[in-house]
Design a protein around this ligand. Sequence first.
Ligand code: IFM
Length: 430
Amino acid sequence: MNGFTLKEGMLLGTASAATQIEGGETDHSWLDWAHRGFIADGSTPARADGHYRRWQEDDALMETLGLQIARIGVEWARVEPKEGEYDEEALAHYVREVEWFNDHGIRPLVTLHHFTNPMWFERKGAFEKRENIADFLRFVDKMVRVFGARVNEYITINEPNVYAANGYYFGIWPPGERSLFKTIHVMNVLAEAHIDAYGLIHVLQKQMGVTGTRVSYANHVRVFAPKDPQNILHRFFARLTERFFQGSLSKTMGTGKPSFPIRNFGRAPHGLYCDFIAVNYYTRSTVAGFGDGVRQGVPVNDMGWEIYPQGIVECAQKLYAIHPLPVYITENGTCDNRDEFRCRYLYDHLQALCTCGLPVERYYHWCFTDNFEWTAGESARFGLVHVDYETQQRAVKRSGLFYRDIIAAGGVTEEMYQEYVEHQQYRNNG
Ligand code: IFM
């Protein structure tokens, strides 16, 4: 018998990021990166989904599909195009959107930083400099006051580990640096920025009489498995890579207690700096030395990432061991350009979550619409809704209909399994 029931009270929706969907010639680090020729297919975030203008169409489609929650991002560079100067129209835009969500029974969770910096902040050295945290906090302060009681759930910083690793270690994202020392330093500054923002949001919401405030950070977490589990070096490097990529930063951000290789950590007393566990999960990495790879003969998506559904539970369990809090899957999804296996992916990951013992309260699928996937540009499709970038036409994919039906049914029945999942197979690599 196939199928499963969603956990009691578990809510389903989607996650997105402003730069990836909004479009527009906003003066930020990713438009600059695209203009410098670093996007594989030559696209830029200036086009994306044009969501900034089409938000009502997109959000109404979410409502039609029955989504209960929406994780959305705010584009800092739109709101504060020049240092210390706010764009009132941009602020009003985001307020209108969260109001719309609240009025239509879709609960918003707002991400304040999702990879992209205004260029004025980037030019100042962004999170390489501790003193620049004040700029981020000014923006946080502004947004939280402007949203008031309309939003009481925030992610301060999205995937600080990916921001630091890609921008400062691999040099493939802005600002294109390659220095282990800087990577660790930036992680350190991001952890401080999160802890300060966490405290600030709570203080402001309390002052405004807002209740039920929940704030967290969201790291991109993976399973790091030794290529040969019998090989002591493979095991050692798997543990080391996990620590450098996610373990150390997650512990430091959540507790204020520096965890190697993060050191020299600032002013925050040790404590608890998250109100829920945020899990962005996609894949498992296979490790045999420095760097990571993908095992051969395993199911992979269109970007070559291993599909390993049980990993979503393994990663959540690790974070739960640090802080036993409600679990929000703040991102999970896959690049499946022809929508050939996304239903199976959804089924396998949701089933793993719904049959585990963790208190999983939210699941935000990445993403609602296809969108600008950073250096892969428009060529990698993660959406439940297809976007024709030329015409900007939206078309709900089969996986979008499956997601709608899961929400309506509170799980997957045998009939739904047969209709959407049974015939879908993953492709193996190698
Ligand atoms: O598109 C990204 C998102 O911005 C952050 N998490 C991973 C997604 C897929 O790569």
